[in-house]
Design a protein around this ligand. Structure first.
Ligand SMILES: *[C@@H]1O[C@H](CO)[C@@H](O)[C@H](O)[C@H]1NC(C)=O
Ligand SMILES: *[C@@H]1O[C@H](CO)[C@@H](O)[C@H](O)[C@H]1NC(C)=O
Ligand SMILES: *[C@@H]1O[C@H](CO)[C@@H](O)[C@H](O)[C@H]1NC(C)=O
Ligand SMILES: *[C@@H]1O[C@H](CO)[C@@H](O)[C@H](O)[C@H]1NC(C)=O
Ligand SMILES: *[C@@H]1O[C@H](CO)[C@@H](O)[C@H](O)[C@H]1NC(C)=O
Ligand SMILES: *[C@@H]1O[C@H](CO)[C@@H](O)[C@H](O)[C@H]1NC(C)=O
Ligand SMILES: *[C@@H]1O[C@H](CO)[C@@H](O)[C@H](O)[C@H]1NC(C)=O
Ligand SMILES: *[C@@H]1O[C@H](CO)[C@@H](O)[C@H](O)[C@H]1NC(C)=O
Ligand SMILES: *[C@@H]1O[C@H](CO)[C@@H](O)[C@H](O)[C@H]1NC(C)=O
Length: 445
């Protein structure tokens, strides 16, 4: 046993070599969350949009915008009655706004719009997309059969976007997952489950802000970024019940320089998940819960995944979640690198696994190999100033690969206590696999 409950002492354990589970009584039981739809190189999942409604379908009518540069979807025939399908009106308004010579705004006024799957596609006139303002509520068709692909609203090939919502009093993007999608979700039972539909999907979008928008009840992920760069997400609210399956809040994959800040995220899966190929991602001032916490991963599900480098998670409050801050990689994962992560100034309230590295991540026994170690090399991971409470046996869990050791893991100023005060016990530190360079400073858990 390594020193447990290292109160304020300084322990520097270099080349710590541990091959046993420190706390045999407890193992993380990751719930099923196959983050397979967005970050996967799986050609089926990432196939181009078949564009269920396109400009070609819509009549050539040119209704004048009510004000110069303002393109209001209701002027193009969208009925805010929550019952009339509006996707062709949306696309007509978008295409007019996108091709407008000068500043323009794509405007969705108050009211409820039933909207089927759409692709909001650029590039636009002068490579300057319209500003997008969503005051009302976009409601997805409840039935999965209305979705030929795995996305609801796709933003594609836009450079310089500004999307904002309302005052936070109405949901802006409601996918109605509760009606059919969550009930028919079978991902916990098999890897081949019904398609999961992402509500807001950003593909090849750069230089933008997404703010003051409320996204709820997604059928799958609420928001996902793929091949994006330089995006600021702030003051966003995401809400789905804790038991809604596979409803990640925000997923980032193959993207760089993404900031997520000042936002509230409650979901049935990870509040934020950061997948392969992500670099320079910053998460700050986020409140997370319910959900599965803020995760890097899962990594190593597919071959040829790109590295993950430079993730900063700061000043977040995580409440009542399955995990707090987590790094997860699949057993048997092919080689890649994941490095330079900082998790600082984080408050945990009654979280199950507040700090966890899990290189044996295998939801619903769906891995190809559980005996082969993950070959995702984890290095330079700092956990600093993390305090609060947890409700399991283990405040800190490090399940590292036995094939490629975790390198330079720092636990500094960690102060975690059981939610229910109880008699002292052992086993709050669960370590498995190989760690080279573990520093524990001024910490108790
Ligand atoms: C939607 O699903 C419900 C129940 O699953 C079914 O009764 C209804 O016919 C479906 N509607 C459409 C338009 O497919
Ligand atoms: C985006 O639009 C919002 C709301 O109109 C505005 O406050 C903000 O300054 C804009 N951001 C940028 C980068 O243009
Ligand atoms: C954030 O959203 C709230 C309402 O949801 C609003 O009152 C506030 O002004 C917004 N803050 C910013 C910086 O836009
Ligand atoms: C982004 O654009 C590149 C180059 O056009 C393309 O190869 C890639 O598939 C696009 N990514 C997405 C998610 O659409
Ligand atoms: C993200 O935040 C960092 C540090 O706060 C800042 O330097 C960077 O410009 C921000 N990126 C975007 C896309 O706003
Ligand atoms: C990450 O951010 C740093 C500093 O803001 C910058 O120098 C570097 O180029 C960025 N990396 C990528 C991959 O964009
Ligand atoms: C931390 O985040 C909260 C919102 O959760 C914000 O009100 C506060 O200003 C942030 N503090 C710092 C030091 O950034
Ligand atoms: C530690 O984190 C908490 C919560 O974000 C913050 O209030 C506090 O100021 C931080 N302490 C230090 C020394 O930075
Ligand atoms: C802590 O979480 C556990 C399990 O999620 C729950 O049963 C318990 O009521 C919570 N306790 C508090 C004080 O919130």
């Amino acid at each position: 046993m390594v020193a447990l409950g290292m109160n304020s002492s300084v322990a520097f354990l270099s080349f710590l070599y541990i091959t046993c589970v420190m706390s045999a009584s407890w193992r993380p039981t990751p719930a099923p969350e196959p983050n397979s739809l967005v970050s996967s190189p799986n050609p089926e999942a990432n196939s181009p949009e078949p564009s269920p409604a396109t400009l070609a379908d819509s009549p050539e009518t040119q209704l004048p915008p009510t004000a110069e540069g303002l393109f209001d979807v209701t002027d193009y025939g969208a009925e805010p009655d929550g019952e009339t399908e509006t996707s062709s009106a949306f696309l007509e308004a978008w295409n007019a706004a996108c091709s407008h010579n000068g500043d323009s705004t794509f405007y969705i006024p108050e009211g409820t719009f039933l909207l089927g799957p759409v692709s909001i596609t650029g590039p636009c006139h002068n490579n300057q997309p319209p500003k997008i303002v969503i005051k009302g509520t976009l409601m997805a068709p409840p039935n999965l059969s209305a979705f030929p692909d795995t996305n609801w609203i796709v933003f594609q090939d836009l450079h310089g976007i500004n999307i904002s919502g309302g005052n936070g009093e109405v949901p802006n993007i409601d996918a109605q997952g509760e009606v059919e999608a969550w009930k028919r979700n079978s991902c916990s039972k098999s890897e081949k489950c019904n398609k999961l539909i992402t509500s807001l999907r950003f593909n090849n979008v750069s230089l933008g802000t997404i703010s003051n928008i409320a996204v709820s009840n997604s059928k799958g992920f609420h928001v996902a970024f793929l091949d994006c760069d330089n995006i600021n997400v702030y003051n966003v609210s995401i809400s789905s019940p804790g038991d809604s399956p596979n409803t990640d809040g925000i997923h980032v994959g193959m993207s760089t320089n993404i900031n997520i800040t000042s936002s509230n995220i409650g979901a049935g899966d990870d509040c934020i998940s950061i997948g392969p190929g992500s670099r320079n991602i910053s998460v700050s001032d986020v409140k997370c819960g319910p959900g599965h916490g803020i995760s890097i991963g899962s990594l190593g599900k597919y071959t040829d995944e790109e590295d993950v480098v430079g993730i900063n998670v700061r000043n977040c409050t995580i409440t009542g979640t399955q995990n707090g801050v987590r790094v997860k990689t699949w057993p048997g994962a092919p080689a890649s690198h994941a490095s330079n992560f900082m998790f600082t100034d984080i408050v945990m309230i009654n979280v199950s696994n507040p700090i966890i590295i899990d290189q044996e991540y295998c939801p619903s026994n769906s891995c190809k190999s559980t005996s082969e170690p993950s070959l995702v090399k984890l290095s330079n991971i700092h956990f600093k100033n993390i305090s609060g409470t947890y409700n399991t046996e283990s405040g800190v869990t490090l399940i590292c690969s036995s094939g490629v050791p975790c390198e330079n893991i720092h636990l500094i100023d960690i102060n975690l206590n059981p939610t229910e005060p109880e008699t002292p016990r052992e086993g709050r530190f669960n370590v498995k696999g190989v760690v080279n360079g573990l520093e524990i400073l001024n910490s108790s858990f």
